[in-house]
Design a binder for this molecule. Structure first.
Ligand code: GAL
Length: 342
């Protein structure tokens, strides 16, 4: 902040009148406490470093949120990062929750890909369980496996357990969902991404049970599953690699379906390309009924660590979730009557 102040003073500017006109790098300057989401802008952690947690997901533990995501260099994958926050705007870096292994024989040997990590808490075992999309070193996207790791604390260190193709199926983009009764599910893109499948997890969440079904064959990926009003909703993207495409929304009365298509939930300008992003997670906001945040990645394949985060509120119109663009917004948004489900 002091540095920003000096820069401003040097330019003969005052903080109050000029922040809005400054480039993102300065206006979102390190160590400034944030009170709003600014989708697509640079997002710094509380140490002043850019948040590096792509394809991520959140977990709430008590009054703390943990954000897990891919740690990216320009192209390489460097494990799973974890951040913590009490307000969802300001994030403290907690370190690498699961680093790649230095053992060249390990499934997660440095040079592998660990994508779209998600963490859930198992009440029975008291363990934090991470699932991620694993691609073995040097094999591109051929391996198509799910990887699993466990920890005693949300910040880790996570210990790698194993990797597999759930019930023999290819497993690429994925999400996890824990239902109200504690049953957990793995939702994943299979058969070269043509199929979207759902597998119930074992009681310890460490593996997939044979209860594993095809949800639909529509060439979809980036699944994000959430539940409200007794209905399950699933947001997915098309398959165009790092390039954005049109999102889809499905609804069901049970995670195994049948899933009914509801079309594209995005509205307004640039909606047809999901505002340049790709879904990764939908977060239920604690303490606010039926308040959900849609999280997406705006990938930058030339410099993956510079991929941006799009967090937008889910609104309910005619009882259906819709998502529109906002340059900036805060959790107060959910207090507006128009944001409530009908
Ligand atoms: C996307 C996928 C990303 C990443 C990327 C690689 O389709 O959603 O997680 O795997 O492909 O090209």
């Amino acid at each position: 902040m002091q540095r920003v102040f000096l820069v401003l003073a040097g330019l003969g500017l005052s903080v109050g009148t000029t922040l809005a006109k400054l480039p993102a790098t300065l206006s979102n300057a390190p160590k400034t406490k944030s009170t709003a989401f600014r989708p697509g802008e640079l997002w710094y952690d509380t140490d002043g470093n850019l948040i590096n947690a792509h394809g991520g997901g959140l977990l709430q533990v008590g009054n703390t949120y943990y954000w897990y995501g891919e740690k990216r260099a320009q192209h390489q994958e460097e494990g799973v990062n974890v951040y913590s926050s009490k307000d969802l705007y300001n994030w403290k870096y907690e370190g690498v929750a699961l680093p790649p292994s230095q053992d060249a024989q390990s499934d997660i040997a440095a040079g592998c890909l660990m994508e779209r990590p998600k963490v859930i808490y198992n009440k029975k075992t008291g363990k934090y369980v991470m699932w991620f999309h694993l691609e073995l070193k040097g094999q591109g996207y051929k391996a198509a496996r799910a990887g699993v790791a466990v920890a005693d604390k949300p910040t880790g260190p996570f210990k790698y357990v194993n990797s597999f193709r759930p019930n023999g199926n290819m497993s690429r983009d994925m999400g996890l969902f824990v239902d109200d009764d504690g049953t957990a599910y793995h939702v994943y893109s299979a058969r070269e991404n043509y199929d979207l499948r759902l597998a119930r997890l074992s009681a310890d969440y460490l593996t997939a049970t044979p209860q594993d079904s095809l949800l639909f064959s529509k060439h979809q990926e980036a699944p994000a599953l959430f539940k409200t009003g007794g209905k399950y909703y699933l947001i997915t993207s098309g398959c165009t690699g790092w390039d954005p495409n049109q999102a889809s929304l499905h609804v069901a009365d049970h995670p195994f379906g049948p899933w009914k298509p509801l079309g594209d939930p995005m509205t307004g300008p640039n909606a047809k390309l999901t505002f340049g992003g790709q879904s990764t997670y939908v977060l239920p906001v604690a303490g606010k009924k039926d308040a959900f945040i849609f999280m997406a990645d705006r990938w930058n394949p030339k410099d993956l660590k510079d991929s941006r985060y799009l967090w937008l509120p889910v609104q309910f119109k005619d009882g259906q979730p819709t998502i529109g663009w906002l340059d900036h917004w805060s959790l107060n948004f959910f207090n507006k009557p128009s944001a409530r489900p009908l």
